[in-house]
Design a protein around this ligand. Structure first.
Ligand code: NAD
Ligand code: MG
Length: 339
């Protein structure tokens, strides 16, 4: 089992006298910058001139400059812009301004793992990856808590990269919840696998198929939506709180019996796992990464057409109608805005 670190293992003093450039001020960027500043660190923000986030970061009281200038001024640069644009921004603005002894950090390993960014040998390269959305990284920090984080050191030029990484994560509040040691390879591959087979790919396709089978059999679309899509959150909340057995305790015995007899019929495990292994293998050998990099170079034609097709699916129209009728609609709007 991998090592866990907590506050007692982290020494924020390591960051004293160092300037941290937070590059990007979106979901993760704003949370890291604000939390680090509240933890007593010296933080500046690097952005595109004229971008939307520039004003927001300035309003929050930060010194904001171009990514190139921020890199020049900083000892530690953390990449919190979209993964797809990181390689170009790194090449043009960061690489020419990195100095020996600096550190470059990431919240996700994609660009290092697939060789899109290759930092010089004389800088530290580490990962500080919160296992949660940026807005939660901020709100839990303010509440005196924190989001658990992953730490990884890809390159230890200074001999102090692990201490710097742990101090950084303590600064964003992660040490309050726990820091799991990993590698860029493991983080990237498990993250891609999880989102493709279970969390996003798997679950979205499962809900869509359930909805379609009921509607095609003549059942009311509203009913199909409630059953196959809306209720999923309620079940997952139970799993999150009490595990599979705890969830089974809350549902009826009829539902639990149906789970045992029909689950493996819908998903014959041998076949399902064989399919998942194929996806994993495409992730491990770089096939998936290559396709995604190419898709971005080609103007995202496939991506955009799939996004449009999904937004026009009947389940989306029906879902909006139902959510609009719910009393706590405003809370739900807040939920999505903060994601
Ligand atoms: P985001 O889309 O919320 O924000 C991106 C920011 O980068 C914005 O401020 C945008 O203005 C800025 N930006 C975009 N292009 C730029 C450019 N060319 N030059 C300068 N600035 C530019 O991004 P995010 O979701 O916070 O993701 C940042 C990183 O954190 C990614 O590596 C992602 O994988 C990782 N991560 C995200 C989450 C999450 O919950 N969102 C969780 C864990 C890790
Ligand atoms: Mg993201």
């Amino acid at each position: 089992m991998a090592k866990m670190y907590y506050e007692k293992d982290c020494n924020l003093d390591v960051l004293k006298g160092k300037t941290i450039a937070v590059v990007g001020y979106g979901s993760q960027g704003h949370a890291h910058a604000l939390n680090l500043r509240d933890s007593g660190c010296d933080v500046i923000v690097g952005l595109r001139k004229g971008g939307k986030s520039w004003e927001v970061a300035e309003k929050d009281g930060f010194e904001v400059c171009t990514v190139a200038d921020a890199t020049k001024k900083a000892d530690i640069v953390i990449m919190l812009i979209n993964d797809e644009v990181q390689a170009a921004v790194y090449k043009n603005e960061i690489e020419p301004n990195l100095e020996p002894g600096n550190a470059i950090a990431f919240a996700h390993g994609f660009n290092i793992r697939y060789g899109q960014i290759v930092p010089p040998a004389d800088v530290d390269v580490f990962m500080a990856a919160p296992k949660g959305p940026g807005h939660t990284v901020r709100s839990l920090y303010v509440a005196g808590k924190g989001v658990p984080c992953l730490v990884a050191v890809e390159q230890d030029a200074s001999g102090k990269a692990t201490d710097i990484a742990l101090a950084y994560i303590a600064g964003i509040g992660g040490a309050r919840a726990g820091i799991l040691e990993t590698t860029f390879r493991e983080e990237t591959e498990t993250d891609l696998f999880g989102e493709q087979t279970v969390l996003c790919g798997g679950v979205v396709d499962l809900m869509q198929c359930g909805f379609e089978v009921l509607v095609e059999a003549g059942y009311d679309p509203l009913n199909a939506y409630f059953e196959c899509i809306h209720e999923l959150k309620l079940i997952i909340d139970l799993v999150n709180k009490a595990g599979m057995s705890g969830m089974n305790y809350s549902i009826s015995d009829t539902a639990e019996y149906g789970e045992y007899v029909s689950g493996p019929r819908v998903f014959p495990h041998d076949q399902l796992k064989a399919n998942m292994r194929e996806v994993l293998s495409d992730i491990q050998d770089g096939t998936f990464a290559g396709k995604w990099i190419q898709e971005n170079k080609n103007g995202r034609t496939f991506f955009n057409s799939k996004r449009k097709q999904l937004a026009e699916h009947q389940m989306e129209i029906v879902g909006k109608e139902l959510r609009d009728g719910m009393l706590w609609k405003n809370d739900q709007d807040l939920d999505t805005a903060s994601n």
